[in-house]
Ligand binder design. Structure first.
Ligand SMILES: *Cc1c(COP(=O)(O)O)cnc(C)c1O
Length: 370
């Protein structure tokens, strides 16, 4: 090979690193020779998905050979009814990560800059870098987004702002009033993406329903996903809600069949089972209470979270504790790549999984400090 195919890639892409996903259970069992491993690493729903989803998937087999409905009519209809929006404000994505990439591809060039926060979801730097746009990373405040700093960071060439509410991996969230004040101060030609991947879990009174703000702020793009509370991470389905012009643009760059038929059917069925969603939220809340109580007893500090995960300070390099936990058959997520080297992000599991995590963590920390 005489040609360097790395340096042939665009400058932005050359600066990328492949996304590090949570370790799959099968991989751990294969590599470490453990069995009955549990995974609390990727913020998946420990209850699985609604039984209605399983039923819906069965009905998909008869059309296995057909292309999906490229416009996702039935699912968009359900989403529109849920949020009281019009169907032509919805863009479906192959997971909401797909949407984030569509936004970057449609609106950013190497002449533009993007503002996002320190400790914010890793896909924002990824999609920004991929199109060669400039990164403006603002310091966090109490681990969360510092909206004043973000506003001050906006400059001449800023085209886009990414905000995760709540944020992953910190679990921090922004209140209605502060977010509204921020939006009031952002010029209309700068797009503001509010990533609400964990919105379903948040029960705080002053957590905003940003979808209701769309008519007031035409530069808003709200993204949601079926991967978390709805339990459909394997199928890849997410969506954006934005004004009709932005939606039109996103649909121009979207691959025609980015949402597969099974994902479309499953997502529609998942929306129809709001009882399952309520139960998922209940189990999460209970698990969160248990874990934080245990961390308090173990004198481990953590970042209070409104999501289905919590980042805990293990008092030493997270990667080291992560490795030891793998030997105990427990997969969590080290977050050194988020500039949180002493933290582990732990997804709230079923009660027995949470208990196993705590027992393993106690054992591992005792061993490492001995
Ligand atoms: C998990 C997550 C997503 C969604 O991922 P998809 O599976 O692609 O829908 C989006 N944003 C944040 C902050 C997340 O944590």
């Amino acid at each position: 090979m005489t040609c360097d195919y790395i340096t042939l890639a665009t400058t932005g892409v050359q600066g990328l690193h492949p996304y590090q996903a949570g370790k799959p259970i099968e991989e751990l069992e294969r590599e470490y020779g453990v069995s009955n491993a549990i995974k609390l690493a990727s913020n998946e729903n420990p209850l699985g998905a609604s039984p209605l989803v399983t039923q819906a998937l069965q009905s998909g087999f008869k059309d296995l050979t057909r292309y999906p409905d490229s416009n996702g009519f039935a699912l968009k209809k359900s989403i529109a009814a849920l949020h009281h929006v019009e169907m032509d404000t919805i863009t479906l994505g192959n997971g909401s990560n797909d949407i984030l990439e569509l936004i970057a591809r449609a609106y950013l060039t190497s002449n533009d800059s993007v503002v996002y926060s320190e400790h914010a979801f890793v896909v924002y730097p990824l999609v920004t870098q991929a199109v060669g746009a400039k990164h403006i990373v603002t310091p966090a405040k109490n681990w969360g987004h510092d909206l004043e700093a973000m506003q001050a960071a906006i400059c001449e060439d800023t085209r886009l702002v990414f905000i995760a509410n709540p944020n992953n991996p910190t679990g921090t969230w922004l209140k209605s009033a502060e977010l509204k004040q921020f939006l009031d101060n952002v010029p209309e030609e700068i797009l503001v993406v509010i990533d609400e991947a964990y919105a379903e879990y948040v029960e705080e009174d002053d957590y905003p329903n940003c979808i209701e703000w769309l008519s007031e702020y035409p530069n808003l793009i709200i993204t949601r996903t079926f991967s978390k509370a709805y339990g459909l991470a394997s199928l890849r389905m997410g969506y954006a809600i934005a004004n009709k012009a932005i939606t039109n643009i996103l649909n121009r760059v979207r691959q025609p069949f980015n949402g597969n038929s099974f994902a479309l059917l499953a997502a529609e069925a998942a929306l129809a089972d709001q009882d399952f969603l309520a139960e998922s939220i209940r189990v999460n809340k209970e698990g969160m209470t248990y874990l934080t109580q245990q961390f308090d007893e173990m004198q481990l500090s953590y970042i209070p979270s409104v999501g289905n995960f919590i980042s805990v300070n293990v008092g030493r390099t997270g990667g080291e504790v992560y490795e030891e936990l793998l030997h105990e058959g427990v997969i969590v997520r080290p977050v050194a790549n988020y500039k949180m080297p002493n933290y582990l992000r732990i997804t709230i599991g079923l009660p027995e999984e949470n208990q196993r995590l705590i027992a393993a963590l106690q054992k591992v920390l005792a061993k490492l400090t001995a």
